[in-house]
Write a protein that binds this ligand. Structure first.
Ligand code: PEP
Ligand code: MN
Length: 365
């Protein structure tokens, strides 16, 4: 099993939670009984209603495990199984069907690939509005733009703060595009919630647990970027903070990780997109801009991300990348973005035939 070793440690400490799979025919009373018994055994019940069956998870530590195991004999219960991974609520074991997250009417995780585009930083009303109009025309369905910028150097542009939030809200009203913007501190959560449709946790903050706990209590979806040095397990456990604290509207975002490679800004870990889809029901999108740091690679990596199963993309676009106050080298101009969007509609390459042309199987026999 993938997380076998860690799982064993959890089990030894009595921290393994379990799921109770109800049978397809289980009645509401039988489900309510199981919920009640889980509570009595010292765990927190967590109900997931699928299209065919209901799953009740026993979450928490220190409960009486044998009492949950005994529920296999309760009416309406099909099976009681331990959760194999250290992350629970984000896991597909608890919710086999994929989640679709609604962001002000845009559905992320459904059949259609959602493209979020916009500048790295909001610089002015005109800059954001012209960008929003251009990306919408090219097919984007959400707008991005940073108001609070996490910059490696304290001397670099730090974002326009509240002024940028106001611009984001105005442009959302003018174009109808829902907006996502980064939250860096618990202090800014309320004001950002008033202005944006989705809050982004940046890569550098993926394990800011105080921030995650605060965002677990808001009524807005969260875009959770993978930390540059985070494993997939750490990333999913960060998402678990949000779900266990009460916010299940989470979209994951792969944005490249640190490796020994220096020709690209980060190494885009596309296999992680496929892996996360195996392990979790949460939608996952890809950020080819930060993932590569190079305008010239955005189109190819976007196509690859969609081909591997990404539910969407987030792409940096600027009216004049050479003048951008942040991330110019990886930002596309409007024509470049349109080309990326066109590329996403083209079919993938054909497979070569398995035998050379003109060679008939068995011809030499
Ligand atoms: C950004 O989206 O502009 C950003 C800073 O992203 P990340 O946190 O992935 O570096
Ligand atoms: Mn950026």
């Amino acid at each position: 099993m993938f997380f076998g070793t860690e799982y064993k440690n959890f089990e030894e400490e009595g921290l393994v939670e379990m799921i109770v799979n109800m049978s397809e025919k289980a009645t509401e009373e039988q489900i309510a009984h199981v919920v009640e018994r889980i509570r009595e055994a010292g765990y927190q019940p967590h109900l997931t209603r699928g299209t065919e069956r209901t799953i009740v998870a026993a979450v928490g530590s220190g409960g009486r495990r044998h009492e949950i195991e005994a529920l296999s004999a309760a009416p309406g219960v099909e099976a009681v199984v331990p959760i194999a991974q250290p992350f629970k609520l984000v896991s597909r074991q608890i919710k086999p069907e994929r989640s679709v997250i609604d962001v002000a009417g845009v559905r992320i995780g459904g059949d259609a690939v959602v493209v979020i585009a916009g500048p790295c930083s909001v610089e002015s009303h005109e800059q954001l509005l012209t960008t929003a109009i251009a990306v919408k025309k090219a097919g984007a369905s959400m707008l991005r733009g940073g108001a609070y910028k996490p910059r490696t150097s304290p001397y670099d542009f730090q974002g326009l703060g509240i002024e940028a939030l106001k611009i984001l809200r105005e442009v959302r009203e003018q174009t109808g595009l829902p907006v996502v913007t980064e939250v860096m501190s618990t202090e800014d959560v309320d004001v950002i919630c008033e202005h944006a449709d989705m809050l982004q946790v940046g890569a550098r903050n993926m394990q800011n647990f105080a921030l995650l706990r605060r965002l677990a209590m808001i009524d807005k979806p969260v875009l959770l970027k993978r930390g540059p040095s985070a494993t997939v397990k750490e990333w999913l456990l960060a998402a678990e903070y949000l779900l266990s604290g009460g916010n299940s509207r989470v979209v994951l975002c792969e944005r490249g990780i640190k490796t020994f490679e220096t020709e690209t800004r980060n190494t885009m870990d596309l296999a992680a997109v496929a892996l996360v889809r195996e392990l979790s029901h949460l939608p996952v999108i890809a950020d080819p801009s930060h993932g590569t740091g190079k305008q010239s690679l955005i189109a190819a990596v976007s196509r690859a991300a969609v081909a591997i199963g990404a539910d969407g993309l987030i792409v940096e676009v600027h009216p004049c990348p050479e003048r951008a106050l942040s991330d110019g080298p990886q930002s596309l101009d409007f024509a470049g973005f349109e080309k990326v969007m066109r590329g996403l509609c083209e079919p993938l390459r054909q497979l070569a035939p398995s035998t050379p042309e003109g060679f008939a199987l068995g011809a030499q026999a």
